[in-house]
Design a binder for this molecule. Structure first.
Ligand code: FAD
Length: 391
């Protein structure tokens, strides 16, 4: 008889208070019952399961950390725990929620006026309004801070937006998209809430992805897209304000990576206990145990790191370099864990139905989005040396 699988080896979750632990287990049970059975098929067909949106809304976890507007006003720690639970079952659905709750709602929460928050956040919290976040462009990814080519210009009709945005998650169906654009007059980056029906705003689905296939990413083209002043994010006056949103969401991506790694580890460990070769479970072989221990070591290091990360966030001590270090470390270690998980499963490791191949592919996108390994490393490097190596 094998011991039960315990992927929380150092018991970090025992630090949660009983209410938080109950919420974690509720989210986990929901994901296992409602999401896990769907995801391989939707992933295979590159489609989004719209039927889950009302059920996700009922969990009441969207915009979990924000105060007011129907949001729970919870801790960053619990927000992270929830992101990891989603990542453990499916990184695509975790990303859908991360875009809605973190990037889109977070932009309005951190950079919007009181009127803008009151107009959008309650309906976004209920997931009646779905949001997207458009920063990256076809020619500008890592260099977004100084290099955005999408422009905005104030005219008598309102703000006129021109340019393209690439990779924008949820944008093929989102009701609103936050668009970041450079002001032709003062050169600063400003943010806009753009409605999907806005004339001059077109979205084309990006096809052929080999990771996070359930997330619907779009290529947005804006041609003389006119947005009223009332839909310009009132407190977004430069890229520094955009970066505030990214600091928060990068911490969330680190947690999501922990979930992705945990899902792959748990499935791989269970497989090695079942699968027999040479007349014995493959888990009995020393070389397989070594792989499992390496996976668990990395997972445990990640879990303890993100717990401390969230403590700092909740104490208002988190700086950009802290979020970046967590994002780099966790997405790098996750890539290693999912690859070993696949390895110990032999050929079945590349079949979707064995529930590791999806994590293996999805880890590649987690590794690159919300700042690549190099860019987040350079943010940490700048902090520890005092020298910026970006240009
Ligand atoms: P590039 O910037 O072209 O980088 C290519 C390589 O060069 C990378 O390895 C990079 O690290 C390296 N590099 C670049 N500059 C330097 C440097 N100075 N020093 C060393 N190395 C460097 N964006 C959004 O705005 N909204 C979204 O919702 C969104 N969702 C996404 C979903 C997915 C699945 C993916 C894959 C991407 C998404 N993105 C989104 C975009 C994502 O943030 C970018 O892909 C990412 O920032 C990297 O930009 P890039 O792909 O243009 O790569």
């Amino acid at each position: 008889e094998s011991p039960p699988i315990n992927a929380d080896f150092y018991g970090v979750e025992t630090k949660l208070n009983p209410e938080d632990r109950a919420l974690q287990l509720k989210v986990r049970a929901f994901l296992e019952a409602e999401i896990k059975p769907l995801v391989n098929n939707y992933w295979l067909h590159d489609e989004f399961p719209f039927e889950i949106i009302p059920k996700l809304a009922e969990l009441n976890i969207c915009g979990y950390t924000y105060e007011g507007y129907g949001c729970a006003g919870g801790t960053s720690l619990m927000d992270g725990i929830i992101a990891a639970e989603f990542g453990r079952i499916d990184p695509s659905i975790a990303t859908f929620l991360g875009v809605q709750s973190g990037l889109a709602m977070g932009s309005i929460y951190l950079c919007g006026s009181e009127e803008q928050k009151a107009e959008w956040l309650p309906r976004m919290q209920q997931m009646q309004v779905i949001g997207a976040f458009g920063l990256t462009e076809p020619e500008i990814g890592s260099g977004a801070a100084g290099g955005l080519t999408t422009t905005c210009k104030k005219t008598e009709q309102g703000w006129v937006l021109n340019g393209q945005k690439k990779w924008i998650g949820n944008s093929t169906f989102s009701d609103i998209t936050i668009i970041w654009a450079r002001d032709l007059d003062d050169g600063e980056v400003k943010g806009f809430i753009v409605k999907k029906e806005n004339p001059g705003f077109e979205v084309e689905k990006i096809k052929g992805k080999m990771a996070l296939r359930i997330v619907q990413n779009g290529l947005i083209t804006m041609k003389d897209c006119v947005v009223p002043e009332s839909d310009r994010l009132a407190l977004a006056n430069s890229f520094k304000d955009t970066a505030k949103v990214l600091q928060m969401t990068r911490a969330g991506v680190a947690w999501m990576a922990v979930g992705c790694a945990r899902g792959a580890y748990e499935n791989a460990l269970a497989y090695t206990l079942e699968r027999k070769q040479f007349g014995k479970p493959i888990a009995s072989f020393q070389l397989i145990q070594n792989h499992l221990v390496e996976m668990l070591s990395n997972l445990t290091a990640m879990q303890t790191l993100v717990f401390r990360l969230s403590e700092m966030q909740d104490a208002d001590e988190l700086r950009d370099e802290h979020a970046s270090l967590a994002k780099v470390f966790c997405s790098l270690r996750t890539r290693d864990i999912v690859s070993k998980a696949r390895e110990v499963m032999g050929g079945n490791g590349i079949l979707l139905e064995y529930n590791v191949a999806r994590f293996l592919a999805d880890a590649e996108a987690i590794y690159s989005y919300e700042g690549t390994k190099e860019i987040n490393s350079l943010i940490v490097g700048r902090s520890i040396t005092g020298i910026s190596a970006f240009v």
